[in-house]
Design a protein. Structure first.
Length: 462
């Protein structure tokens, strides 16, 4: 009898443990969240904080929990910074964080890094990838230590953010699924269309009228070589040109892969808009980015037959002719800015630089940040910037590793067409690096990360 009683008791306990309480309905969850936000808004009003702070924090938490949402937010924040300023979105976010005008952009960067850390936490790299990652980590650590010794922790952290953001974005993009990449590419495409519409409007209105309307924000209205350069919805013309060049580079490189050719109507609309943005921004750096990458990929693609190779070469030559004609049409044929760059590079290279460099953050955009402790050092050449930050010895090692990577990609194009995209992006960036610190333009790097992510997905799927 005792055993029967114990068996019955255990059976009843097991049945009770198996009963699961149902999750609240979506309506109740939303009502609960809305109630919490309402309470948080009231608390902020009582303590004197911005009432929109809880709403913005809740949105950022959603972005950190959903990679597609977070990357979409980063795309909008970086590709339309001037537009967000014009409609007051930047000021709204700034008011929530004590009037800091950089809060919106910094929030987007923070979201990307949080998503990258979440992705990396579950990554188990292969041996070669692990070794490469370890070598890169040691290089960054060395540069950070030297940077802290030269100009302190805050400026070095800004330099680290700039260097690591493109890699963080690529880490996140490589981990999301094909549907998410397609949605993000559609978003990027329509952002390009919006930038093209804005650039056409700016070019038609002219800089005088734009200033009268109060659109002369920061460096948005610029004359270079006596010619007005439209910024679109981005911060200034160089950013618009590099974003357009990055989009065209990725779009055209996918055409060289055969099966991976773009087929969505939004992608085609984005490519046409990118061509308009590149012409109206008159960014020679953006033109070099797309031209160098596509021509090199067409020449070095081992997966093409003889006839296909000739078509690719004609395609690359036609692209160069169109770019030259477009720049001539808008009158952007001066080379005074190039002469100015040459003078800057000469003076920097003639200066005394330690053999171990000045550390991360010692050149480029980090020297213009709010926390910078020394003079501004803009070099408009990312190779020179790397040589200054890491010193000549490590710089030579970086170039050697880059060349080895190019050789490996070139060999891989024979059997893996998606490698053509990687090759085009690597060589295109190398060309743009000669004229501008392209790596430091977040919008262009996010766009390239999406196209590279599309190629990575093509490698994984049959």
């Amino acid at each position: 009898m005792k055993g029967s009683y114990e068996g019955t008791a255990m059976s009843g306990l097991t049945d009770r443990l198996r009963v699961r309480r149902p999750w609240p309905s979506p309506g109740r969850l939303l009502a609960g969240v809305a109630g919490l936000l309402a309470v948080a808004v009231v608390v902020c009003l009582v303590v004197g904080a911005s009432p929109v702070l809880p709403l913005i924090v809740a949105f950022l938490l959603i972005c950190c929990a959903r990679p597609a949402v977070g990357l979409g937010f980063a795309l909008v924040a970086t590709c339309t910074s001037l537009g967000l300023w014009a409609i007051g979105a930047q000021a709204l976010v700034a008011s929530a964080f004590g009037g800091r005008s950089y809060a919106l952009n910094l929030s987007a960067v923070a979201v990307v890094f949080v998503l990258a850390l979440r992705t990396a936490a579950g990554w188990r790299p292969h041996r070669r990838a692990g070794l490469a990652l370890a070598a890169g980590g040691l290089l960054v650590l060395f540069g950070a230590v030297v940077g802290i010794a030269h100009h302190g922790v805050p400026q070095t952290l800004v330099g680290l953010r700039i260097i690591l953001l493109p890699l963080a974005a690529l880490t996140v993009v490589a981990a999301v699924g094909v549907p998410e990449i397609k949605r993000l590419m559609a978003l990027l495409s329509w952002l390009m269309v919006a930038n093209a519409v804005a650039a056409i409007f700016e070019f038609a209105a002219g800089p005088a009228r734009l200033r009268a309307w109060g659109l002369d924000h920061d460096r948005a209205i610029r004359y270079i070589d006596g010619h007005f350069r439209a910024p679109g919805l981005t911060a200034f013309n160089a950013e618009l040109g590099l974003l357009a060049g990055a989009y065209l580079l990725g779009y055209l490189a996918l055409w060289l892969t055969g099966d991976g050719r773009p087929r969505a109507a939004a992608w085609h609309a984005g490519a046409g808009a990118a061509a308009i943005c590149l012409a109206l921004s008159t960014s020679r750096s953006g033109a070099v980015l797309v031209a160098a990458g596509i021509v090199a990929a067409a020449v070095l693609n081992r997966g093409l037959g003889g006839r296909a190779r000739r078509r690719a070469l004609l395609f690359g030559g036609g692209l160069l002719a169109l770019l030259i004609a477009g720049f001539a049409a808008v009158g952007a044929t001066g080379i005074d800015s190039l002469y100015q760059r040459l003078d800057v590079w000469k003076s920097l290279l003639n200066g005394h630089v330690p053999g171990y460099g000045v550390g991360i953050g010692g050149a480029g955009a980090a020297t213009n940040s709010r926390v910078a402790t020394g003079p501004q050092v803009f070099v408009d050449n990312y190779f020179v910037s790397l040589a200054l930050q890491f010193g000549p010895v490590l710089f030579v090692a970086l170039i050697a590793a880059f060349l080895v990577g190019l050789w490996w990609l070139w060999r891989g194009t024979a059997e893996r067409p998606a490698f053509v995209v990687f090759l085009a992006v690597a060589i295109g960036l190398a060309g743009a690096f000669l004229l501008i610190e392209a790596w430091e333009y977040a919008s262009a790097m996010l766009a390239l990360a999406l196209f590279v992510g599309s190629a990575i997905r093509a490698l994984r799927e049959p």
